[in-house]
Design a binder for this molecule. Structure first.
Ligand SMILES: Cc1cc2nc3c(=O)[nH]c(=O)nc-3n(C[C@H](O)[C@H](O)[C@H](O)COP(=O)(O)OP(=O)(O)OC[C@H]3O[C@@H](n4cnc5c(N)ncnc54)[C@H](O)[C@@H]3O)c2cc1C
Length: 431
């Protein structure tokens, strides 16, 4: 394996990735090469961008590069909710919420079309998802979510008491909103399937860290064991874009942690009750998956110095188990087999970045916690934008992009850590 920047080293595979069959050996980029298009970063954004370039320029050589394997990065290590409604907020204009809605709906439709067309085996489950609260006092938050959904004409169902317990098998939650179009998946399996079905003119190089990107009439991309130049390069590296020297004062990483259990036994399934699969988001996320495992996502850390050490992984695994047992005390023997962290790319005002950074260098990134549908549609639109296309969706993605400048360190770190601490404290009863 190539030497890695210790700050971006994700040495622990996610549970989603670990339960898949081992992939064939990676093809790494070596020597000096020339391409028509290079896409750096093979998460959902890069996969969608490379696919679209391959489709729209069938005679072009499109090269997609990733530091790790497809499905290994954040796109494969998230909670697997493909949410049909963005993080709507009453604090932003209805027009912005409508644009975000159109984008995530288009992203979900794109993924659904590809999963169906290529029969990608990824536990695709159109179950919808529950935005839930534990404490009755939080009802105003849920009502605000409902009003935001009303404002963009999104359908939903309000669940409480028996109706909610019948779905999730626990009375731990006070109420929830079910948004029915969300899809639940194994995200690593989905990414791998997307990577395996790219157009024939897209060449994939994995285990190929890119060390620098130098703009020019031919953009020079220096990799660990070779280099490649192309007139146009698309950066879809999420928060790691700063390591390449771009957007350093506009985006920052947050690390989010998750655990996946072993499969439930038949007895455990019977004791648990509820539906065969479901997904809850809120202060923490929890899922029962189609393969009968429990996923917990909880624990957010500011990124610039963060490493998930073995001690911390053990601590998190214990915390995730405690949270699960509050909801399902009958699952005392259920172990979490995998605990990992992954990176969100955050901005100050939750606006993503989409556009041209330098002549020949384009980027799309920074979708906070709902990047699977947004990244997919943004990657596809970035390819179209770089090729000179115009469309209503390109107008939408450009209108919701534009992160403001961040304060310098140490103020950024102090501010982010203080907000995270307040969020944890004020939501302690939700966990
Ligand atoms: C624990 C967790 C739970 C989450 N849950 C959800 C969820 O349920 N639903 C949802 O929609 N979103 C969720 N998210 C957020 C979502 O995963 C991201 O927003 C999304 O994956 C972003 O996709 P991306 O393709 O832009 O970036 P990434 O998936 O981060 O892809 C970037 C790729 O670039 C590669 N790369 C970076 N630097 C270099 C380099 N120098 N050289 C070569 N390659 C490089 C990386 O290896 C990576 O594969 C979650 C995130 C985490 C961490």
């Amino acid at each position: 394996m190539p030497t890695r920047d210790p700050e971006t080293d994700l040495s622990q595979a996610s549970g989603w990735y670990a339960i898949l069959p081992k992939p064939p050996p990676a093809r790494r980029l070596s020597g000096h090469q020339v391409a028509d298009w290079v896409v750096v970063g093979a998460g959902v954004t890069g996969l969608a961008a490379a696919r679209r370039l391959g489709e729209l320029a069938p005679n072009a050589r499109v090269v997609l590069i990733d530091d790790y394997r497809i499905g290994y990065g954040a796109s494969g290590r998230n909670s697997g909710f493909i949410i049909d409604t963005p993080h709507l907020s009453e604090r932003v204009a209805t027009e912005t919420n409508q644009r975000l809605s159109r984008l995530v709906v288009a992203g979900l439709a794109e993924l659904e079309g590809l999963v169906r067309k290529h029969q990608i085996d990824c536990e695709w489950s159109p179950r919808g998802h529950l935005t839930a609260i534990v404490e009755r006092q939080r009802i105003e938050n849920l009502e605000a979510t409902a009003r935001s959904l009303d404002a963009v004409n999104e359908g939903y169902e309000w669940l409480e008491g028996d109706a909610l317990a019948r779905v999730v098998g626990t009375r731990h939650y006070y109420a929830a909103i079910n948004t029915p179009r969300t899809v639940l998946v194994n995200p690593a399996a989905m990414c791998r399937g997307l990577g395996d079905t790219l157009p024939v003119n897209v060449e994939v190089y994995e285990e190929t860290p890119v060390h620098s990107v130098r703009p020019g009439s031919m953009v020079q991309v220096e990799c660990a064991e070779g280099s490649i130049s192309a007139p146009n390069v698309l950066l879809t590296t999420n928060a790691f874009v700063t390591k390449l020297g771009f957007l350093k004062r506009h985006v920052f990483p947050l690390f989010e942690c998750a655990s996946l259990s072993r499969p439930l036994t038949v007895d455990e399934q019977a004791m648990m009750g509820g539906a065969a699969d479901w997904g809850i988001t809120g202060f923490a996320s929890m899922r029962r998956t189609l393969s009968n495992r429990i996923l917990v996502r909880h624990g957010t850390y500011y990124g610039s110095q963060f490493r998930l050490t073995q001690g911390m992984r053990t601590w998190l695994q214990g915390a995730h188990k405690t949270g699960m047992l509050k909801r399902f005390p009958m699952l005392g023997n259920l172990e979490f087999e995998h605990t990992w962290s992954g990176v969100y790319c955050m901005t100050r005002n939750w606006a993503s970045y989409f556009g041209r950074l330098e002549p020949g260098v384009f980027a799309s990134l920074g979708y906070s916690g709902v990047g699977v549908p947004r990244g997919t549609i943004s990657g596809k639109l970035l390819a179209e934008y770089a090729l000179g296309f115009e469309s209503a969706l390109i107008d939408d993605v450009r209108a919701v992009s534009g992160p403001p400048r961040l304060p310098p360190e140490p103020f950024l770190g102090l501010g982010v850590r203080a907000r995270l601490a307040w969020h944890r404290f004020s939501n302690r009863a939700e966990w």
